[in-house]
Design a protein around this ligand. Sequence first.
Ligand SMILES: *Cc1c(COP(=O)(O)O)cnc(C)c1O
Length: 461
Amino acid sequence: MSTNNAAWVSRSLDAVWHPCTQMKSHEQFPMIPIARAQGVWLYDYDGQRYLDAISSWWVNLFGHANPNINAAIKTQLDQIEHTMLAGFTHAPVVELSERLRALSHHQLGHVFYASDGASAIEIALKMSFHYWRNAGQSGKQQFICLKNSYHGETLGALAVTDVAIFKNTYSALTQNAVVVAGPDNRSQENTHKVTAEALQKMRDALEKHRGHIAAVIVEPLVQCATGMVMYEADYLHGLRALCDEYQVHLIADEIAVGCGRTGTFFACEQAGIWPDFLALSKGISGGYLPLSLVMTKDKIYQAFYADEIERGFLHSHSYTGNALACTAANATLRIYEEDAYLQKNRVLANKLTQSMSWAHEHPSLEHIRQKGTIWACDVKPSWASATFAKEFFMAGLKEEILVRPIGRTIYIMPPYVLSDDELNHLSKRLEKTLARVLDGQSEKDLNLSSSTSGADHTRMA
Ligand SMILES: *Cc1c(COP(=O)(O)O)cnc(C)c1O
């Protein structure tokens, strides 16, 4: 049996094809085998610990090995682990659907399930298209997405993703979506103007493709995967009005920003709007089990309700509504509500702002920004070599923090249970990590460094 890092890494490299990875890069960059985890900490087989500052790819909300979620799953395990959801139902999926409906103030009262985020996006796209078809408007077949959008990497989701590194190679296989510039507000110049211009561009696109667009899909408030591009709620408000005016659906991809991440349970709430479809995944199961879902309105649900089978929604996954995953989600939502995380996250967000205030004085950083418990900044282009993200990740490990910059964007998105001491550790060690990387860079020829765009790195970092 393997007992140390090196042994597990070599076996993994031999047998596991890792996601989002040029496997050859592991000749140079380490892989970390995790032996166990507790709270915000990950522990490897050599006894090193790492503060999980990115919530294990944005999925973990209430810490690893959370006692409440563990207990709920153990109890459910002895009742029913899984049953098919076609023709059958079970308590965890009913309870979860009712909870989500209540969280949407009864606006999005019908919940369809899948397992991963990309599948939820495919479901929303198919439902939107099928709704229009059922409504006698089968000409509405196209989708609008925003520049730098990320909605997942299966072929349908990739069609509405605008990240070159993921898309270009496979573009022959994907449908064409209409890509419209979004309200990228990283430089925080005149937010009102940025919003107004982006809405005008959206109006132009809706006008140009009038009658052919089924839906507009957006990541509300933060385009995470492209480098934590943040924008104002006003944009969503304006977008909702445009979608109503042109009679197209609005799909809110809250896979990364939902579940309290930006300061409200759903990011859309900050704009005072409801989308026609809302996708959740990542945090919904507390980071425990694969689960995704699409919530929609009664009006849409009713358009599928008929005697003919083909008017019904034609989509299924074997693990749809998995009982253990729904149980993890119910336990997660119970913690969110009973422990008042809506309020607690606002406190954490303020502490995050204060703790990271050193970044404003730092000569190599720019575009410091935050939404809820997502904090981000960019290293100035002159300091960002092509390998900046990887070097930062490696230097971070030496400082006991797990941080994976996206291009030149450094961000943290910690579990909500981060304590004051842990935040302090994270902030100090992040500053030290930056110093390590920049010291290393100053020894090199800085002329080599090009302005690496976040969009070329994303999860590849
Ligand atoms: C992660 C993510 C997805 C895809 O989810 P997967 O479970 O990785 O397929 C889609 N949209 C957004 C906004 C995401 O952050």
